[in-house]
Design a protein around this ligand. Structure first.
Ligand code: NDP
Length: 331
């Protein structure tokens, strides 16, 4: 039998956490034959609720779940973890300045960086979900210098999946027949959902999305804004932010990273930029990646037209600004 993998979820008593932990315990994240031990962290005001989640995990009698650590102690939470999904964060409340939210979150990520660096298993894979996700991940990376930068990522898979969903709805086809959209940049409304390399499986072979949709005006405008604004649309409809889709996408992100992407398919991940596609090095930026043997690699050599270039640069500029703001909050 396989050794259990220890998976940390921070903010585990929150909405996304509540949707995510049963998925992990069912094997959605690491596969149906991989036992797991869940480490759940939350802050003291949420301790009772967190204990309730633990009770429900016991009640669900998940065969793959070999243990649950529910704690408000960050060291206990981080000890020995192989995968860390960072969902905990200070929510944006009405009337709060961007700088205030940034300031709260970067200080959380700075302190959790040290705890992970000191106590997580070697080669722990980190996924940051809490917003501002790219910049929180960057701060985590900077303050955990001994964790390899390739191990620190942020979630843009939800945006990627939303883009697949919009194309499948538009063409009335199965979402599983669409692939290779790209989310470039920040997990914010400046992100660029790019369909220029996306394809659809048809009885006559793979066809470019652009050839099938036959409506460049829709693809260059409404499609992009729908994906960028989807989070706000969910909040409007549900009066709560997206949680099940965020949790499901977090599982997709880790599963593909650990178990690999299918041949000929790429996914979007926020990763540390090496300067590919002239994106400034030193930002956590969402790129198309393929994964193999537990490592991601940025897909190289895709053509970028002038329309796309502007959008890649715009979202990079926003991330550079966020980085500067984050540092100004820490100093
Ligand atoms: P959620 O579980 O709904 O969201 C958690 C974080 O994920 C937020 O930062 C949210 O950003 C972000 N997020 C990223 N992508 C998405 C997406 N697509 N849809 C929705 N959210 C997304 O928040 P809750 O308030 O329910 O739970 C947060 C938990 O974190 C609580 O249990 C709280 O106690 C804990 N917490 C932990 C702290 C710590 O570790 N020190 C500090 C403060 C809280 P956004 O706000 O932009 O929606």
């Amino acid at each position: 039998a396989k050794e259990p993998v220890r998976v940390l979820v921070t903010g585990a008593a929150g909405q996304i956490g509540y949707a995510l932990v049963p998925m992990i315990a069912r094997g959605v994240m690491l596969g149906p034959d991989q036992p797991v031990i869940l480490h759940m962290l939350d802050i003291p005001p949420a301790a009772e609720a967190l204990n309730g989640v633990k009770m429900e995990l016991v009640d669900a009698a998940f065969p793959l779940l070999k243990g649950v650590v529910a704690t408000t102690d960050v060291v206990e939470a981080c000890t020995g973890v192989n995968v860390a999904v960072m969902v905990g964060g200070f929510p944006r409340k009405e009337g709060m300045e961007r700088k205030d939210v940034m300031s709260k979150n970067v200080s959380i990520y700075k302190s959790q960086a040290s705890a992970l660096e000191k106590h997580a298993a070697a080669n722990c894979k980190v996924l940051v979900v809490a917003n501002p996700a790219n910049t929180n991940a960057l701060i985590l990376k900077e303050f955990a210098p001994s964790i390899p930068e390739k191990n620190i990522t942020c979630l843009t898979r939800l945006d990627h999946n939303r883009a697949l969903g919009q194309i499948s709805e538009r063409l009335s086809i199965q979402v599983s027949d669409v692939k290779n959209v790209i989310i470039w940049g920040n997990h914010s409304s400046s992100q660029y959902p790019d369909v220029n390399h996306a394809t659809v499986k048809t009885p006559a072979g793979e066809k470019p999305v652009r050839e099938l949709v036959k409506d460049d005006e829709w693809l260059n405008a409404e499609f992009i804004t729908t994906v960028q604004q989807r989070g706000a649309a969910i909040i409007k409809a549900r009066k709560l932010s997206s949680a099940l889709s965020a949790a499901s996408s977090a599982c997709d992100h880790i599963r593909d990273w650990v178990l690999g992407t299918p041949e000929g398919t790429w996914v979007s991940m926020g990763v540390y930029s090496d300067g590919s596609y002239n994106v400034p090095a030193g930002l956590i930026y969402s790129f198309p990646v393929t994964c193999q043997n537990g490592e991601w690699k940025i897909v190289q050599g895709l053509s970028i037209d002038e329309f796309s270039r502007k959008k890649l640069d715009l979202t990079a500029d926003e991330l550079s600004e966020e980085k500067a703001l984050a540092y100004s909050c820490l100093s």
